[in-house]
Design a protein around this ligand. Sequence first.
Ligand code: SAH
Ligand code: SF4
Ligand code: F3S
Length: 450
Amino acid sequence: MTGTNLKRLHVITWGCQMNVYDSGRMADVLAPLGYGPAAEPDGADMVILNTCHIRDKAAEKVFSELGRLRRLKEATGGRMILAVAGCVAQAEGAEILARAPYVDIVLGPQTYHRLPEMVARASRAGGAVIETDFPPEDKFDHLPESATPQGVTAFLTIQEGCDKFCSFCVVPYTRGAETSRPVAAVLREARHLVAQGAREITLLGQNVNAWHGEAPDGSHWGLGRLLREMAEIPGLLRLRYATSHPREMTDELVAAHRDIPALMPFLHLPIQSGADRILAAMNRKHTADDYRRIIGRLRDARPDLALSSDFIVGHPGETEADFDATMALVRDIGFAQAYSFKYSPRPGTPAAGADVQVAEADKDRRLQALQALLRNQQARFGAGCVGLDLPVLFTGPGRHPGQIAGRSLFLQPVHVIGMPSLIGHETTVRIVASHPNSLAGTLIQEKQIA
Ligand code: SAH
Ligand code: SF4
Ligand code: F3S
């Protein structure tokens, strides 16, 4: 497209890493129509609000943001195309159009390959466009190659949707059934990302370790086998995958942590609770000891593996003793970092209808206690890195002049004084200080490792 008819697209992204990936792909789909990136929504020709439904008052948050965008749209004489995408759009599309009739397009996570056609329909006026049915075709078969490079670190969705139906979770309803992308498509996209400058790729899925796919030779691969193949791609230094489910941690995947140096020694493996009663009520289909055993197998395979997890406090039925079991599990395992949330009832999920909801004050108190413990563990893990020489992959400029920033093997942000020419390279850094959410280091080797 020529510069003269360049249109400006602004995308606002909430939610998980997959939404970040999806926002990039939506921009890719719209690029052939002449849409280039706009840093601000103010004055943009199109704004997409990519939403998340996982917790809290998701819909209310959407409506308050839409109120702000409405004023910006009016300032363009109504010309701005306003689209709501993502998981709130999927779950509450009709309500969005009823309450915010100035929205032009509502689309679910499985239909964004159809955006060009939706934009054309919206531009012809005659009312809003809504696409929230799960389409028969696979969107990945209809997406162009990514036009805008993601940078040194990139996301690649290989699996989407969830069949696990945990009692508290909306994802199976908003993202649909589990599907896996075929090996050839994943490898093609990975090579393209590397050609665009990616040195680290995080494979994404709601249950990424449930990924399975047919290989070119007709055999059937699991994630462990795919990671081995990915590690052979020239120029790709680092691999990660997220988010995993404990029940899908196969021997092959554990062995991948032992055998593949490019597979980073950091794993996000949510458990949610340390109490078997609550794990059963959550429909997680494993016990706390199953989780401990999985961690044991992983640590045998990769002794320096650092761990992260997700926890929910105050799931319906959770007693003080159940919460104590969660605290005990956290102490037993020792996490490098973790996310913890107060249980938030989601419309249409089984747990929301339970008659044994936990009082808000108890949820608050438990969350504070858990977060204090997790903060402590994170600080201890960071402090343990001080004095070590760690490989750091530099991803961009730091916050202060002369600084560059990158990430450690364990996903910690690291900043050093250094030349911008190191961006895109991995170099050994001596860690000199740890802060609550980052490390500071000095370059001990001006030359890059790779
Ligand atoms: N697929 C991943 C998690 C996806 S959602 C898994 O199975 O682990 C990310 C996290 O949000 C979850 O791990 C859970 O800790 C949290 N979460 C999901 N639904 C929630 C709810 N209703 N209330 C509070 N936290 C929730
Ligand atoms: Fe949600 Fe459970 Fe599926 Fe994770 S495994 S996405 S928590 S239903
Ligand atoms: Fe949110 Fe949907 Fe991701 S609900 S966490 S954006 S899958």
